[in-house]
Design a protein around this ligand. Structure first.
Ligand SMILES: [Ca+2]
Ligand SMILES: [Ca+2]
Length: 249
């Protein structure tokens, strides 16, 4: 692959997108010019629209004590890949391609959240699962956020507020936490599930990243998810949601 022995690794960058949340990297394979990475890196929460218009940029770099040297790069349009298909693509590495302005422009995205809902008739409770977030924006000067999620069912006479653990320096955090709200099934249509993602800050108040609300007054994916959970109990329903600013609510 390269003329001299290097310590190569591969950096992935999903374009367009400026945030660190769009970047993944492989391990470094020491002292080789024919690295065998055999590694799977995952982007979570990609929509059909993302698959149709985004491009994966792969950069091969030589890691050394003082940083890294560029070895080559290649690009793959995601529209080449069909759902549920594993595709092997052979590509030649090229010299550095400068990024166009619109490729690195930060999208006004607030990130996404994978939420699971299950109404358990046996326990008379709504079980809310915060599975993971993806493509969160950076809320700190180091380019990262320290996300955690607050979950509340309103109105709630017991004022029960749940929150997940903080995932430090992570724009694609995996939470896998479940919270249980005891509520009669016939009362659920009067309730509102309020989910908010924050960036934990030390020594000052936390930054609000984005949230979502599910109720009978929701629309689109939120309404669909809420309806499925109420209509089909004792089954777990998973859906990705776009985080919103929730302004004025
Ligand atoms: Ca912050
Ligand atoms: Ca922070």
């Amino acid at each position: 692959m390269v003329s001299k022995q290097a310590d190569p690794y591969v950096k992935l960058h999903l374009l367009p997108g400026a945030s660190k949340s769009n970047k993944l990297r492989s391990h470094t394979i020491p002292k080789t010019s024919n690295p065998d990475f055999n590694e799977t890196l995952t982007y979570y929460g990609l929509s059909d629209q993302d698959m149709a218009r985004k491009t994966l940029r792969l950069t091969v770099l030589d890691e050394d004590r003082f940083g890294c040297d560029f070895l080559g790069e290649a690009r793959v349009a995601l529209k080449q890949v069909s759902p549920h298909e594993t595709k092997r693509i052979k590509i030649n590495l090229e010299k550095r391609i400068n990024l166009a302005d619109d490729e690195v422009k930060g999208e006004a995205e607030k990130g996404k959240l994978l939420l699971s809902l299950k109404y358990s008739t046996q326990r008379s409770a709504l079980i809310v699962g915060v599975v993971r977030c993806a493509h969160l924006p950076s809320m700190d000067s180091n380019g990262f956020s320290d996300p955690y999620v607050k979950v509340q069912l309103k109105p709630d006479p017991t004022y029960k507020k749940y929150r997940t653990a903080v995932k430090w320096r992570n724009l694609n955090p995996e939470f896998n936490e479940e919270f249980l709200f005891e509520v009669r099934r016939n009362e659920l249509p009067k309730k509102l599930l309020d989910i908010r993602v924050y960036d934990k800050d030390v020594g000052r108040s936390d930054d609000f990243i984005g949230g979502l609300q599910l109720s009978q007054d929701s629309t689109g994916t939120e309404l669909r998810h809420w309806y499925d959970a109420l209509q089909y109990p004792d089954r777990r329903h998973d859906r990705w949601h776009q985080l919103q600013s929730l302004s004025g609510k």
